[in-house]
Write a protein that binds this ligand. Structure first.
Ligand code: NAD
Length: 324
């Protein structure tokens, strides 16, 4: 019977994935691999790996000659070395479209919480202060501009949801052609141009060599004073010490962060102590329906590859073929 390794997961049970694999006559070995060595040992002889966070590196791929495909449960795949997989002919798949609406709605929710002081007011009331000005003055949303960094699936949905809230919606995405921009979205030609024009910046890029630390002190300084930052992409896209400095100086008025470079947030993080920061626990993707879709589609990639030689959702194509 063909076998896959379910390398790691934080779900209470994996009945859903077992059902998908049983329907296709695939045997599952479930593990909780954290290191390269654990993946290498557990995946011997497996044709595929279904993973949440396990490291799929050059060392791992080169030690697994039977491996044809890895499928990430999620849209991002930064724990998978896609170049190493391509060198060895291993397909990389993901599950990108399960929570587009969830993440975009969450990003807009964080933006609205910031520009309306919602969490800050709640905290003030809990502290005994009931006054509409308790958390400071607010600007009219219709006078603010929204800047979207990364106009892919989620960025585009965010643009649609936000167009009736803000005065302008701008986006920066150097990988798109002009025709990919919806008519109501203004194109910013450079990241700096977006920073200068946007009162609210929302991040929707993957984490790559290029985007790591992209939102740095220079970017934040270029934003108009009193601006807001929302990050539902990946924590390391933002230089967090630079953000803390920008909040301390008052240049940035608030930040809504669903993702952080280190998760969970360290208890002594200055972000936790700052009333202008709203945090959520990497939950933007989540709804009951999205989680089922996410897991089913990621598992189905492996079954589809076994049947056809291609997964449903390709991150990068491989050359290895299923054994007949
Ligand atoms: P996508 O691939 O559809 O869109 C990403 C966009 O970013 C693309 O259009 C790409 O051209 C653009 N991009 C790449 N490099 C860029 C750069 N240097 N500057 C500007 N734009 C750049 O991906 P998506 O489905 O919209 O998801 C976006 C990201 O959101 C994912 O990579 C993932 O990291 C994150 N995400 C987070 C959660 C969560 O729960 N917080 C859930 C799902 C996805």
């Amino acid at each position: 019977m063909p076998r896959i390794l379910y390398s790691d997961y934080d779900y209470p049970d994996i009945a859903l994935e077992r059902e998908v694999f049983a329907q296709h006559g695939i045997d599952v070995t479930a593990a909780q691999c954290r290191t390269e060595d654990e993946v290498i040992e557990a995946a011997q002889g497996a044709f595929g790996i279904l993973l949440q966070y396990a490291p799929i590196t050059e060392r791992v791929v080169s030690a697994l000659p039977d491996l044809g495909i890895v499928s990430r449960i999620g849209a991002g795949y930064d724990t998978v070395d896609t170049e190493a997989c391509a060198r060895h002919g291993v397909w990389v798949a993901n599950s990108p479209d399960y929570g587009v609406g969830e993440v975009a709605t969450h990003a807009l929710g964080l933006a609205l919480a910031l520009i309306r002081n919602i969490v800050a007011c709640h905290r003030d009331i809990a502290g005994g202060n009931w006054h509409y000005l308790s958390s400071g003055r607010l600007r009219r949303p219709r006078e603010l501009s929204l800047g979207i960094v990364g106009l892919g699936r989620i960025g585009k949905r965010m643009a649609q949801l936000s167009r009736d809230v803000f005065k302008r919606v701008l986006a920066y995405d150097p990988y798109l052609i002009d025709g990919d921009f919806p008519v109501f979205v203004e194109r910013a030609r450079t990241l700096d141009a977006l920073a200068r024009a946007a009162d609210v910046v929302t991040l929707h890029t993957p984490l790559t060599r290029e985007t790591r630390g992209m939102i740095d002190a220079g970017f934040l300084a270029a934003m108009p004073r009193g601006g807001y930052l929302v990050n539902t992409a990946r924590g390391a896209v933002v230089d967090v010490p630079a953000l803390v400095d920008a909040l301390d100086s008052g240049h940035v008025a608030g930040a809504g962060l669903d993702v952080l470079p280190v998760e969970p947030v360290p208890r002594d993080s200055r972000l936790l102590a700052d009333p202008r920061v709203v945090l959520t626990p990497h939950s933007a993707f989540y709804s009951v329906e999205a989680e089922v879709e996410l897991r089913r589609k990621a598992a189905q990639n492996l079954a589809t590859w076994l049947a056809t030689g291609r997964p449903d959702y390709i991150v990068s194509a491989g050359t290895r073929l299923p054994r007949r």
